[in-house]
Design a protein around this ligand. Structure first.
Ligand code: FUB
Length: 327
């Protein structure tokens, strides 16, 4: 079961877009993607080919058939601490202010997470002078719980540098755990009331199998790689993420924002292109998966396009697996 509303078409085709974070703001569906540039770059495991320089905000019309590009919302040149690589962003709202969270490499080539603010969901956003103290790695995703607390989930392996932070400090030569050791989990920190900082030291999230045993680093079909997203469905917390090398979006379920999360299954089977990255949002009583693939560029890993499709739950809360290319 897949694409009901858009038939798997890219939301926009005039620019390359990726890593969509979707939210309903002011009754409208907004999408905060990365903006892939149409240039040739050397491809490597460090992610040098993802050399993005700005963010655009998209919004969808009421029946979700058309997407509008609101133009540049933030540029690298206007972020004092950031040197390069504006990767997957997310957005949040609190008390009249919109917040854009984003990762970038600082002038030491270390990925950090920054925040920018604005008065409209469309942007523009003004970056804070420094990155969030204590932040590291990539792919921030903000989850606002019903009790008013907001959490940011983040972290990604390889180019995203998560394995270099296992001691709590940046170790440039650190490798990830060996195959039979527990996999690294994404990190989570509650945000401060002003949404501009971490209220606590980031904690590592545990993802376990049905027997409560941590998923191992060598279990590439299930282990965490990058692109965390948390949403709540019928009182339970769903953590979904990319498995990286096996190119799936999978999910795990827990009873607390901090986990532990028990692995459940696959949401999205592999797409065209190396990376896969998603978000899940409820709009007018239906659930939607936003994702990307590289179909618009004929398969170039660093020239991706954002798509969406309806997402369905089974009666027991399981998410139905989506094949993005049905016959
Ligand atoms: O877009 C750059 C990186 O590729 C993102 O941060 C990852 O999640 C992957 O999609």
């Amino acid at each position: 079961m897949t694409i009901e509303s858009r038939g798997g078409a890219p939301l926009v085709t005039h620019i390359y877009t990726a890593d969509p974070s979707a939210h309903v703001f002011e009754g409208k569906l907004y999408v905060y993607p990365s903006h892939d540039l149409d240039h040739e770059m050397t491809s490597n495991d460090n992610g040098d080919q993802y050399d993005m320089e700005d963010y655009h905000v998209l919004s969808l019309n009421e029946d979700l058939t058309q997407a509008l590009d609101h133009g540049e919302a933030l540029h690298l040149n206007d972020i004092p601490w950031a040197k390069k690589q504006l990767w997957a962003p997310d957005a949040a709202y609190k008390d009249g202010t919109y917040y854009l969270f984003f990762p970038a490499r600082d002038y030491n080539d270390v990925f950090r997470i920054g925040v920018a603010t604005g008065i409209s969901p469309k942007g523009p956003f003004r970056a804070e002078p420094n990155y969030i103290p204590g932040s590291f790695s990539i792919d921030p995703a903000v989850f606002a719980d019903d009790d008013g607390k907001a959490y940011v989930y983040f972290g990604g392996l390889w180019g995203g540098q998560l394995e270099k932070w296992q001691t709590g400090a940046f170790e440039p030569d650190a490798a990830g755990p060996s195959g039979d050791e527990p996999a690294l989990g994404p990190r989570v920190a509650e945000l401060t009331d002003d949404m501009l900082g971490f209220r606590e030291k980031p904690r590592e999230i545990r993802i376990v199998d049905e027997d409560g045993v941590p998923i191992r680093a060598g279990d590439e079909e299930r282990r965490y790689f990058e692109g965390p997203w948390v949403h709540k469905h019928e009182g339970r917390y769903y953590l979904s993420y990319s498995t990286g090398t096996t190119h799936k979006i999978v999910y795990a379920v827990g009873d607390e924002p901090y986990g532990p999360f028990t692995f459940k299954g696959t949401i999205l089977t592999p797409v065209v292109g190396w990376t896969t990255h998603h978000s899940i949002v409820r709009y007018r009583d239906k659930w939607y998966l936003f994702y990307h693939d590289s179909s618009l560029s004929g398969g170039a890993d660093n020239k991706r396009c954002v798509k969406m499709t309806e997402l369905h739950y089974e009666a027991d809360g399981a998410i139905r697996t989506i094949d993005p290319y049905p016959e």
